[in-house]
Write a protein that binds this ligand. Structure first.
Ligand SMILES: Cc1cc2nc3c(=O)[nH]c(=O)nc-3n(C[C@H](O)[C@H](O)[C@H](O)COP(=O)(O)O)c2cc1C
Length: 410
């Protein structure tokens, strides 16, 4: 990526011209196009798809972000933007994190490790999902300062497996624990059904026809394998074949945490606790009263409920109702550095992106995570300079036009 250097002419110049990859993939849409060709269709659709017949919820996120205008301030002296952000007692390089995403290793075998290494190097959070193809212990080894861990509720009544995972996360040195609340029911993602991406997954002729034209993906598979649901292996039985672990995992999926259970996690987990998937200010207040450290305003990237509001449209109301008590993070729909600026201008402290990072992984393999991180770092810093904000905190004082905001009832 281009290094920014100061020049005495009070101009900030690019040190070097864009490299080959930057010329080829200047936007996430370019990476997405490449991703579609580079990985099997079931893997691409897993990332690209969403809930509902028309996937409207996902499109609504993008449209709502696009509609937000930010009024820039000019005439300030030239500066290098300070993108750093304090999250739960740690300082990170920029207000962007990798959102939890089930099984990156299915999209590109070895994907979790590639994210962890790139995130540690860049000093930004990588959120490992509970169903990932790498264990918490392995990922914290690679990203000791930057691992967040996301938990789904397992349906056993006493939460024994969940609590054991929390203990493992603590021992491994995970920074923040994220409880996902927005999966109370099984969701229908038509593309996954069409591709038979269901558990138990039965590879057949269809799979062969799908994967054969993707030799780079097959090579990554032969090197790294896909150890899906690696964290559950301990509970399913250590010596079981993968297929049995996957069957076990299927029995463990579905259902959400209740507020009472969130309280129990607040007692068990002494580190930063974050709830993810909040869209209603009263839910946000509830979480805040329980004493969670953070709330991720998110509609799961439109993957759960087609009719859910764009999460950016409920963000301002949640920010104003929760006040300064709890850190508000935002995801769903981010595709550029300017989208990050929009979310921060509307009050989020930091953001996460899911698909941008997965498109990068699918398009460029293990080099993808670093490419997307650099892409965001450069775009965020340039956008901050463009609007005249020297630090992330200054973004909140910018004037915005936001027509989609909701008026919530008491
Ligand atoms: C392929 C994929 C898998 C996901 N798996 C999970 C998951 O296991 N747990 C979770 O909390 N969110 C999951 N999400 C949702 C993301 O954490 C995030 O909320 C969403 O991707 C944000 O929208 P965006 O993709 O437009 O950035 C997943 C998203 C994608 C794209």
């Amino acid at each position: 990526m281009n290094k920014i250097v100061k020049n005495s002419d009070a101009q900030l110049l690019y040190k070097s011209p864009p490299n080959k990859l930057e010329l080829k993939y200047p936007t996430i849409a370019d990476l997405r196009r490449r991703a579609r060709r580079r990985v099997p269709r079931f893997a691409f659709d897993y990332v690209d798809g969403a809930a509902g017949a028309n996937e409207t919820g996902m499109h609504r996120n993008a449209a709502a972000l696009d509609a937000i205008e930010v009024v820039p301030r000019y005439g300030v002296e030239n500066f290098k933007a300070d993108m750093e952000v304090d999250l739960f007692g740690r300082r990170f390089s920029a207000p962007i994190a990798v959102a939890p995403m089930g099984i990156p290793g299915m999209v590109w075998p070895g994907g979790e490790e590639a994210f962890a290494k790139a995130a540690q190097e860049a000093r930004m959070p990588f959120t490992l999902g509970s169903s990932s193809a790498a264990t918490i212990e392995r990922i914290t080894e690679l990203a000791p300062d930057c691992t967040w861990f996301q938990l789904y509720r397992m349906p056993n009544n006493d939460l024994a497996i969940n609590f054991d995972l929390v203990k493992r996360a603590e021992l491994a040195g995970v920074h923040a624990l994220i409880l996902t609340l927005d999966v109370p029911a099984r969701t229908k993602r038509p593309r996954e059904l069409r591709n038979r991406l269901i558990i138990p997954y039965r590879p057949g002729l269809r799979t062969v026809v799908d994967v054969l034209p993707h030799p780079a993906w097959l090579l990554a598979l032969s090197k790294n394998g896909i150890n899906a649901f690696a964290n559950y292996r301990k509970y399913a039985g250590n010596n079981l074949p993968n297929r049995e672990v996957v069957k076990f995992a299927r029995k463990q999926s579905g259902g959400t945490f209740t507020w009472g259970e969130v309280e129990k996690f607040r007692d068990k987990w002494k580190g930063p606790l974050v709830v993810k998937g909040i869209l209603h200010p009263q839910d946000a207040n509830r979480a805040s009263k329980i004493g969670v450290d953070g709330i991720i305003v998110s509609n799961h990237g439109g993957r759960q409920l087609e009719s859910a509001p764009a999460s950016i449209d409920v963000l301002p109301e949640i920010v104003s109702s929760v006040g300064n008590n709890t850190t508000i993070l935002f995801d769903s729909g981010i595709r550029s550095g300017e989208d990050v600026i929009r979310a921060l201008a509307l009050g989020a402290k930091s953001t996460l992106s899911g698909r941008c990072f997965m498109y990068g992984l699918a398009a460029l393999g293990s080099k993808g995570p670093k490419y997307v991180i650099d892409y965001f770092f450069e775009e965020i810093s340039e956008s901050m300079r463009q609007v005249g904000a020297k630090s992330c905190a200054e973004l909140t004082s910018l004037v915005t036009r936001h027509t989609g905001a909701y008026l919530f009832k008491d």
